[in-house]
Design a protein around this ligand. Sequence first.
Ligand SMILES: [Fe+2]
Length: 372
Amino acid sequence: MSFLTYAPSVFVIGEEYELLLCLRSHGLLSVRVGDTLYYEENSGALPTERTVARVRVPQAALNAARGYEVIFRAAIDRRAYYSLFEEEERESYPFSPLPAKGDIHVYLVADVHSLFESAARTVTYFGEELHLLIAAGDIAEVEREEDFLAVIDFLGKATGGRLPILMVRGNHDTRGHLAERFTDYFPADGRKTYYSFDLGRFVGVVLDCGEDKPDAFQGTDKEGKLLPPSYNGVNIFEAYRRRETEFLRSLSFPEDGRPRIAVCHIPPAITTCHKGDIFDIEHEVYAAWNAELERLGIDVMLSGHLHKIFLAMPDDERNTLPHAYPILVGAWPKNYKSVIGTAITLTDTGLTYRFTDEEHAVLEEGHLDFVR
Ligand SMILES: [Fe+2]
């Protein structure tokens, strides 16, 4: 039996990969890439008393090595002196970086809402030719640790630890008992769930709108009677979004002609398909984001959340805010029974998108040339 409970997830952040490794028991862990051993972030004292481990490795090292070895020694007793461990166990995983040239096959999945069996079939559209999985939020709920582990199981089965994953937080990932622990499992820059990345063939930025309603939101019941505050003080996303504005203002990409892609669960320029409703929020802040995304020359934004599938060009009538970049909204949990996502074939100059279901049927397809 493996000492890992699920296949590893290899998340993309900055110019690194973050390996997420779930352990059956406490113990010492390292990851060997080439001749180098990598460890969890530590202060010199290595962690042993946990079952979720995360190890950062440089993308360049893992891309060159095309594989890694996870090394584990189960803890018998960690002591001040003379700690005891079981014999060393090792597991090797191959790794496939993005292809150096030609088509890049990306599958965008979001809004799974715990429909894991359907989503597992949907994301196999490219089969062995998948190069990158983008999990763009609302994969499950975050009430119990089992919810996180179910997501990790899903990602592990979808990629086998062999492919990079871009992981993005959705609004459902901010609700419930374990919302505050999202960044204990999934990649973040410190505690910040927004960050840039460089995948060699393209660069980009992950953004996070947080919740879909104002922090102080209070709904009404069917008779129009005011309900208690939805969040009752647990959210300060309005300040978080303003910090993201400052992050975007500080961001720049190399001027080397590579595609620039933004990923955000909620498209900030189409926060709702019903203008003026409770989700039509943050015009001022999201307009500032849009201005920065346009300054950054974003070629396309990939999103979910709306439970619809469409490509929104700048003149799309669904826009809640003007934007100059195309937005591919590509996740639909149809009738909350079957998950539809987007198969993207990305080149250096554009992309072809196909909205596909769990039978791999193509519901709609189109092409987008990046405008430079
Ligand atoms: Fe959502």
